[in-house]
Design a protein around this ligand. Structure first.
Ligand SMILES: [Zn+2]
Length: 264
């Protein structure tokens, strides 16, 4: 099976990172993944240079949004800056010619009704000009998470469906998050497809922690607790481009690519 397999890399020169790994697919942050400061282009040629150089090199770019974005929350002081940051990242991702922006599902407070979070997702999609596809990613844990368990993903998806640009919203399935989040890997692709009808990207990661532990700690393939056949099975049946967000640099990533390719 010939799927494109790439990696999450440092943002300064993603094209050099791609070349080092022998891949044509990379994901990276634009600026600080833990802050509200807004996107930053660290590539020497700027946004237009990165876009042009990636095109020449034939490298597909994906941007991972900051972890602090939580458009579902009932807390105005987080939701409002989250929406702003989301739009800024969509704009920056479009500027560099990215294929998509990946964002975590977020969460509501312990005592909040999840339905409010679903509707906040709809409002966020309605309020955002989606110049590039937005890929909603499942998460491993989080109190009252929006995208850990399937029923919640279904709630978000149903709510988003009535937003004006819902066709620009896709899904990114993370294998570590699915496993640690308590979703069975032998059925998760079919289960997600039954809800979303699409899986646009796979974040393929082994998990340092046990099934349903709720812990988000990625591991290199074979070094974690996910069964090798199950991991490869998810990638095979999702049939989408693959990003490894596994520890290490080019050497470790190439070993992960080889491990996975052997099993596809
Ligand atoms: Zn991920």
């Amino acid at each position: 099976m010939s799927l494109t397999i790439g990696a999450h890399v440092d943002q300064t020169d993603p094209l050099a990172e791609a070349a080092e790994r022998g891949t044509t697919l990379v994901q990276f942050f634009l600026g600080d993944p833990q802050g509200y400061k807004g996107p930053e282009i660290r590539y020497a040629g700027g946004a237009s240079g990165l876009r042009a150089d990636a095109e020449v090199a034939g490298v597909a770019l994906y941007v991972h949004a900051p972890y602090v974005i939580n458009v579902a929350t009932t807390n105005n002081r987080i939701r409002i800056p989250s929406r702003k940051l989301l739009q800024q990242h969509v704009d920056a991702a479009a500027d560099i010619g990215a294929k998509g922006l990946i964002v975590h599902g977020g969460h509501v407070g312990k005592t909040d009704d999840p339905a409010v979070g679903f509707d906040n997702w709809r409002k966020a999609i309605d309020a955002t000009d989606l110049k590039v596809p937005l890929l909603l990613e499942n998460t491993a844990g989080g109190d009252n998470a929006m995208a850990r368990y399937l029923e919640r993903i279904a709630g978000v998806w149903e709510a988003i469906g009535s937003a004006s640009q819902s066709d620009q919203v896709g899904f990114c399935l993370d294998t570590c998050h699915a496993h640690a989040g308590g979703n069975k890997l032998d059925t998760v692709v079919d289960d997600v497809l039954a809800i979303t009808g699409r899986i646009d990207l796979v974040h393929c990661n082994d998990s340092r922690d046990a099934f349903d532990s709720g812990a988000d700690r990625h591991a290199n393939f074979g070094a974690g607790q996910i069964d090798a056949d199950l991991l490869a099975g998810v990638v095979r049946s999702a049939a989408a481009p693959v990003i490894c967000e596994t520890p290490g640099g080019a050497v470790e990533h190439q070993a992960d690519f080889a491990w996975l390719r052997e099993r596809l």
